[in-house]
Design a protein. Structure first.
Length: 557
């Protein structure tokens, strides 16, 4: 680069904070960059609004890392390190990544510049402090909510069938902003919604399924719990009905802190875990009961016998989350049975014909095979195959170098263990046969055996990168479906990587034909141009660098 280019990243945590915080952060960062003689282009200002620093899947943050990987700038400027994130593991990872890329990270308020050799200690220390701040804040929030529950007030959240009323301090005290001081929010029954809750339970007790109940309510225009809540579906669905059926608050049981939410792995969706009963805050209020015990148990005795509909785990299939219905815009979901596996409109499946009339089922295998066939044609372009071969060879080289470094570390460790073991054996031969020394000798022998096994496996690896030709890569792509199913790292790894290439969902449309219905999948495959080098990109795709839309024809199942 002829001049030093820099990027600016800014973030604030929640809707409750001032959105102008982003402007203030950008102003400070640009002023710092200008003082250092760095140029900040408009496309290199990355903003994440109302997103927690513990979330590693922030859109602008991910784009920032991608552009840094492509070498679009040499410096990243943030107001302070907590804006970049409050997850210590992620902070350590990005420090390592940026250092290897030669991109410096500057935190203006913290006075940290990772281009300095002494920056590692303050960077890691500040990262730990930022994560501890989150932990401390969580503990204080839980303590405050627990107190509200014990005093009979709402800890927050909406429950269909209830409403809240603010309770003000009777002494007339005010808060620091001069407003009447609020003691909490009292929960009370919303009579209109309570009637719908009772109707749901009665319909379920009469034998109707979740989908038929949802369809009944949608046809009668009954507002759902999520009606008017941003982009969430404003209609009743099977999942919404099931949530109502299993809500124990309708029995007057307002026990709090039963569960907690955890991240399974870095950047993954959260999972719900049950807390031990000792952590529960038990609170019962018969005045808030909506459903009598007899009706509750009549419903749940039947619900316990019913088999839940079979559908695969979320994200398991190749096209999960990528397909949408052209009639209602809902995602297509997988429905499995003993005889078939099909994609079907989620709006129709979950809420009935009152939401979407598209009841067509598309063979999952036929659709996935057709898409793989289309992708193979895209991947067969000579410039892309050459670039893909180069990237694979580079990846193998990096992995091989890592293995070789690991082998050296194991050899050094083996020498250390051998010396220690010899020293202990010498003590035994000199007459010291204490139990501690014998136990330590056994530990070292076990560790030495583990190291020897690892070295033996490492010796079977190739010493250099095997020859790799374009025709070999092309041959592997011929069986793209099998490759996606048997990828290294476990099934689904390459599937998820493939899905991440698509910025938008693919639209499924239906067209009448002589022998039934023909399905078309319309969508752009232009993200695969990322695999091309910049020069090949211009010569291969032309202006706009956009591959023609894909149209895959699938016969009716």
């Amino acid at each position: 680069m002829d001049e030093m280019n820099a990027a600016v990243y800014a973030r604030y945590s929640s809707d409750a904070q001032n959105p102008r915080s982003l402007d203030d952060q950008v102003h400070e960062c640009k002023a710092y960059a200008s003082g250092r003689g760095w140029a900040v282009a408009g496309q290199h200002v990355y903003l994440d609004a109302a997103l927690s620093g513990s979330d590693t899947n922030r859109p602008a943050y991910l784009q920032l890392k991608q552009d840094a990987l492509e070498g679009q700038f040499e410096h990243i400027v943030v107001d302070d390190l907590s804006r970049l994130g409050r997850d210590m593991a992620e902070s350590a990872a990005i420090f390592q990544e940026l250092t290897e890329l030669g991109v410096s990270l500057v935190a203006v308020a913290d006075g940290i510049d990772t281009s300095s050799p002494s920056a590692k200690i303050p960077f890691y220390f500040k990262g730990i402090m930022n994560e501890m701040f989150l932990d401390d804040m969580k503990a204080k929030i839980v303590r405050g909510l627990k107190g509200q529950v014990l005093r009979g007030y709402s800890p927050g959240g909406r429950v269909y069938g209830y409403k809240t009323k603010q309770i003000l301090d009777p002494s007339g005290a005010t808060d620091k902003f001069g407003r009447p001081k609020r003691l909490g929010c009292e929960v009370m029954i919303d009579q209109g919604q309570a009637k719908i809750v009772k109707r749901i339970f009665k319909l379920k007790a009469s034998g109707l399924g979740y989908r038929n109940i949802a369809d009944h309510l949608n046809r009668n225009g009954e507002p759902s719990p999520h009606a008017g809540c941003g982009q969430r579906a404003g209609f009743w669905s099977r999942s919404t009905i099931r949530a109502v059926i299993h809500q124990r608050k309708y029995l007057g049981d307002w026990t709090w802190n039963r569960t907690r939410w955890l991240k399974k792995t870095q950047g993954s969706r959260r999972v719900k875990k049950d807390r031990p009963p000792s952590d529960w805050v038990t609170f019962r209020n018969e005045e808030l009961r909506i459903i009598p015990d007899v009706l509750w148990w009549s419903v749940h005795s039947e619900a316990s016998k019913a088999r839940r509909p079979t559908s695969g785990p979320r994200g398991r299939y190749l096209l999960s989350g990528l397909l949408k219905c052209d009639r209602c815009g809902a995602s297509l979901v997988v429905q499995n049975s003993l005889r078939s596996s099909v994609y079907i409109c989620g709006g129709y499946r979950n809420a009935g014909t009152s939401v979407c009339s598209n009841n067509h089922r598309i063979s999952r295998f036929a659709l996935e095979d057709s898409l793989c066939k289309e992708l193979k044609q895209v991947l067969a372009a000579p410039p892309l195959l050459e670039n893909l071969t180069h990237r694979v060879k580079k990846c193998i080289q990096e992995r091989l170098a890592t293995c070789q470094n690991r082998e050296k570390d194991l050899s050094r460790r083996r020498q250390q263990l051998d010396r220690r073991l010899n020293n202990l054996v010498a003590l035994v031969e000199a007459g010291d046969v204490s139990r501690t020394i014998s136990h330590r000798i056994s530990e070292l022998e076990r560790e030495l055996q583990t190291v020897d096994d690892s070295l033996e496996r490492a010796s079977r690896r190739p010493g250099s990168v095997p020859a790799l030709e374009v025709r070999q890569v092309k041959a592997r792509l011929e069986n793209l479906s099998d490759l996606l199913d048997t990828s290294a790292g476990g099934p689904g790894v390459l599937k998820q990587a493939l899905k991440n290439l698509f910025p938008d969902r693919l639209t499924v449309t239906q067209e009448e034909a002589k022998n039934g219905v023909i399905f078309k999948v319309n969508g752009s495959l232009h993200p695969f141009n990322r695999l091309l080098s910049p020069t090949s990109l211009l010569s291969h795709s032309g202006a706009g660098t956009r591959t023609p839309d894909t149209r895959i024809m699938i016969p009716l199942l």
